[in-house]
Design a protein around this ligand. Structure first.
Ligand SMILES: Cc1ncc(COP(=O)(O)O)c(C=O)c1O
Length: 356
């Protein structure tokens, strides 16, 4: 099987794929509702929350849109330090909100001090933070950023995109005070694309009820109405929900803390290897992602050629840099089912390419 070191869609275990091929149940049946409920309740453990987890049968971008549509009538502070946080800002603009950007240079994390200053200058209904910037390989100091919001502007709702980190890097939704925590299925959860999950607090839902023009598909109040009945307003991707329920048991069997440790060890191995081989991580020290190592392409490798070599000889694939970073960086995702042995095999293969 080709092994994909790309930041989603990642490899899915054959037994997880197998779980999807059970006969389809009608989504308004007791049997389906039991599976939906089981998947949602198991997901709460991975979110470290007692709050509800909504299962959205669309990709994570839909939950980004749901966040901005529901958790602010107008004023959102968007922390931008990469392509996906920039996109969240664009999503807010295109939904008619009034987002204000707080930028940090790509490669650097969002600074808690800069956040404190921004929150002192203006009141915001909500703040949007991308935990793990997949475009730059930066993990933002989420716990510290949440603490700053709690201390400086406790009424501001905290929205977090953990699309490329949830279940690979620990995020404690309740302990850190996050109101809306979203992720996608095709990254660290190691499921096929098409599902998104969002942990949502009561406080966030109370706010949503006051916001005008929430739309229909991404209305959190409507989603909650159907979640209580263990289903969705529209026809869900039933087979993916089977897979989610099954995959959660596999995650618990590994142990969630072991899973975090495995992700950290794999990414650390990539950073150490890069430094040993004359290449440096793109992200600042102390802010390096545990799930997508982004490395400066200091040997000017042709990443397309490298991928052609990896695919042909080893059925492996990595990612080029994102957007303007294409060619200047390359990205090795260490997510989901990937093991340290897989990473060792990849690094050996890249070394072989380099020595040619
Ligand atoms: C950090 C981040 N946010 C949002 C998205 C968009 O998620 P999706 O493709 O599931 O809509 C991605 C996709 O790679 C991402 O990495």
């Amino acid at each position: 099987m080709p092994h994909m070191f790309v930041p989603g869609p990642v490899d899915v275990a054959p037994e997880v794929l197998q779980a999807m091929i059970k006969p389809l149940l009608p989504h308004r049946s007791k049997e389906y509702e039991a599976i939906h409920r089981s998947a949602a309740e198991k997901s709460q453990k991975v979110f470290f929350t007692e709050n509800r987890v909504l299962i959205g049968t669309h990709s994570g971008s839909g939950m980004q849109e749901a966040g901005v549509r529901n958790l602010a009538q107008q004023d959102i502070l968007v922390c931008v330090n990469g392509a996906f946080s920039e996109r969240w800002y664009d999503v807010a603009v295109s939904n008619g909100k009034n987002p204000i950007r707080m930028d940090a240079e790509w490669g650097n994390p969002i600074s808690p001090d800069a956040l404190r200053d921004a929150l002192k200058k203006k009141d915001f209904e909500s703040i949007a933070i991308v935990h793990n910037e997949t475009s730059t390989g930066v993990e933002n100091p989420l716990r510290d950023l949440c603490a700053v919001v709690k201390e400086t502007s406790p009424d501001t709702l905290i929205m977090v995109d953990a699309v490329s980190s949830l279940s690979g890097s620990k995020i404690e939704m309740d302990a850190w005070g996050i109101d809306f925590l979203l992720t996608s299925s095709q990254k660290c959860l190691a499921l096929p694309p098409g599902l998104s999950l969002a942990g949502v607090t009561d406080r966030a839902l109370d706010k949503a009820k006051t916001v005008q023009d929430r739309g229909w598909y991404f209305d959190l109040v409507l989603m909650e109405k159907h979640r209580i009945k263990n289903s969705t307003a529209m026809t869900p991707v039933v087979s993916l929900v089977y897979a989610l329920d099954f995959q959660m048991d596999r995650i618990f069997a590994e142990g969630i803390e072991n899973r975090f440790a495995r992700h950290e060890a794999m990414s650390q191995r990539v950073y150490d290897w890069a430094l040993d081989n004359g290449m440096s991580p793109f992200a600042a020290e102390g802010a390096r992602s545990k799930t997508v190592a982004t490395i400066n392409n200091e040997h000017s490798m042709d990443i397309s050629e490298l991928n052609a070599f990896l695919m042909e000889k080893y059925q492996m694939r990595i990612s080029n840099g994102y957007g303007d970073l294409k060619g200047k960086t390359f990205r090795i995702a260490t997510m989901g089912e990937t093991t340290l042995d897989d990473v060792e095999a990849l690094l050996k293969a890249i070394k072989e390419f380099l020595s040619k």
